[in-house]
Write a protein that binds this ligand. Sequence first.
Ligand code: RUQ
Ligand code: CUA
Length: 661
Amino acid sequence: MSIYKCLKKLYVGGIALLSIVFVISGCNSPKSKIGSEDAATDVYVPPGKHDKYYSFMSGGWTGNVSVYGIPSGRHLYTIPVFSQTPTNGYGYTEETKSMLNTSFGFVPWGDTHHVQPSKTNGDYDGRWIFINDRNTPRIARINLKTFRTDEIIEIPNTAGQHSSAFCSSNTEYISANTEYSIPLPKPLGNGVDVPIKSYKKNFHGTISLIKVNQKTGEMNIGFQIEVPPFDYDLGRFGLGVSKDWVFYTCYNSEEAHTLLEVNASQKDKDFVLAVNWKKAEQAAADGKGQLVSSNYDHNFRDPETGVVKTEVMKQVRVLQTSDLKGAIYYMPAPKSPHGINVSPSGEYIAEGGKLSTVVPVESFSKMQNAIQNNDTTGSLGGIPILKYESVLAYEVKNAGLGPLHVEYDGNGHGYNSDFISSEIVKWDLKTGKVLDRHPAYYSTGHLTVAGGDTRHPFGEYLIALNKITKDRYLPTGPEMFAGEQLFDISGNKMKLLLDFPVEGEPHNAAEIPASLIDTGQVKYFKLSDNHNPYVTRKEHDAKVVRNGKRVDVYMTAIRSHFTPDNIEGIKVGDTVYMHVTNIEQEWDIPHGFAMKGNLNAGMLIMPGETRTTVWKPLQPGVYPFYCTDFCSALHQEMQGYVRVSPANSDIKLSYGTNKDI
Ligand code: RUQ
Ligand code: CUA
C-alpha cells in the first residue's frame, strides 16, 4: 500500500486510537508489528512437525484443562478434570464417575483457574499438572504420561478456592486458600449458621497446605491455618532464596460482606500474607493446633484396577496464627492487589496492583531484614505487619491501568498484564524501569511466559490471556471463545505473532517444553495389566451373567466387531452393566460404545482398557448398540443388538457373535 493511500485511510479510517493502530499495521511499514507477515513464518509448524511447547490452559467454566501447541496455537487435546465430559465418557462411566464425588454429593462441573506443573528444584519436571476448582474447593492432579486426571482432593473449611493450585520448589506442597471467607464450625468458629452481618466476628479465612507424595504424587491435606476474614486472592511459593515461603495477595481487609466493589475498596493498602511453610510444617509435626472434624472426599484412580475410588475423610489439622510465631507476616500492598509472582531468583515478589497504577515489587532480603529488626506497624489477627517502605524494592511506575499479573523471562525482565489499558508492559527487574509496551486485544487477565514461574524461564514466548475477544474473530453470536495472543519476547521489543481462540475462560496457562513430556507417553494399556474386576481379555471369555435383576455383560471390542453382538433375555426392570474391554494392543485404536435408549453418555475405550456404562431398559424392543469411533473401514459394521422383553417374559438369557442364539 502506498504512503498516500495509507494516510488517506488514516483520515477515513477511524478516530479512535485503536483504529489508527490497526490502519498503521495495515500499511506494511517496516516497524509494524501487529499482524506483520513474517509473524506467519514464526508460528508456522509444517504439516507432520511438532510444536516446541505444550501449553496447558485452565478452561475456567469448562471445568477442564485444554492443551495447545506453541507456537502454532493448535488445540491438541482437552483433559477432563472437574466436568463430566461426554466426549469420552469421563465422569459417566462406572470407572471414572467417582472422581466427581464430594462431601456435597456428585458435582459434575467445576471452575478451573490455575494450572501448575510439578517442579523439581524450582523447574518444571514434566510429571504432573495440578489445577484448582474454585467453586467446590478441590484440587486435581493430572498425570502427564496419560493426560488424565488421576486424583481429586476436596479442601474443607474453604470457599472460593482461588489462589491454588501452586506448588513449592520440589512439589512438597500445593497451596490452597479461601478467597470468600466463611463461618467455620466449632471449635474453629461459632458455627456455620450465623447472620451474614456478623461477618467481622464470625467469618474466617483459611490457608491449606496439601502434601504431595514424592513417588506417587498422591495428595493429602497436611494442615490448615486459620487467618483473618480477608479475601485471599492469589498465591505463589517462593523460589531460590525464598523457597521456604509462600505468599498470598489479599483484598477486603475492610472485612466487607456486601457491595464489595465499593466496600472492599476503601483502604489505600491491603496485604500480602507471607508464611514460612517449612516452619508451619514443623509446627504441625510438633502437634501444634488441633485436629478438627471436617468432611471431605479424596478420589483417586486405583493403580491396580484403574477404577476410581472415593475415600471419605473426617478430620484435618488446623493451626492458629499463635502457633506460627516468626513464621507468618503481612506486608502492605497497594489497594486490592490481585496476582503475585516471585522472580526466578526468589528475590523479587511482584503484585498486580489492580486498583493501583503501580506494580509494587517487594524484596525478599529486605523482608528478612525487616523481620530481624522487628520493623512492624502493629498486627492483625496475631499476624505482625511489616512496614511497606521496609520491604519495598521499588514500584513499577507507568505499569498501565489495571495491572493483574507478572511473569519473568530469565533475562532480567518482568512483564505485567493490564486489564483496563489492554497491554503488556516489560520492565527491568532490578530497577522497575519500563522498557517496552505492546497493546493486547482485549483486557488481558493472566499472561504467561514459557517457564515464567520457574527458576529458569525459557523466555522466548509470552502469551496474553485476554478476557474480551469482541471483533478479533468471526462472530459466533453472543457467546464467543476467549482469545490468546502469542508474542515473541526474544528481542528488545515484543512482537505479536498470533491470535488464537481458546475454549472456556483460561485463567492461566503453563508452557512446558515438549521434550519433557512427549517421550514418556503411554500409548496403550497392556491387556495383561488390566485388573478391572470386569475385564474380558479374550473373546472366548465374553459372557452375560444374570444375578437377580442385575445383568453383567462382559464384552470385547476389536476391529470390527463386539463379542457378544447379539443378546436376548434382558427384561424391563433389569439393570444392565455393559463392561466393554478394548482388546486391541496398538496406539490410537480406540473403540466407542453407544446404546440406543441409554440415559448416559457414550464412552470411548482405549486399547487394553475396560469401561462400563449402566443401562436400565424401560420398554421392550430390540436395541442396537454400535462403535462410535471410526476405527476401520468396517467401522459401520461394528454394531450389535440387545433384545429387551417384558418384565414377566420367560425368554432365556442367550448371547453370541456369528451364531443364531
Ligand atoms: S485470576 S479470576 Cu488467576 Cu487473574 Cu482467576
Ligand atoms: Cu470400533 Cu468403530
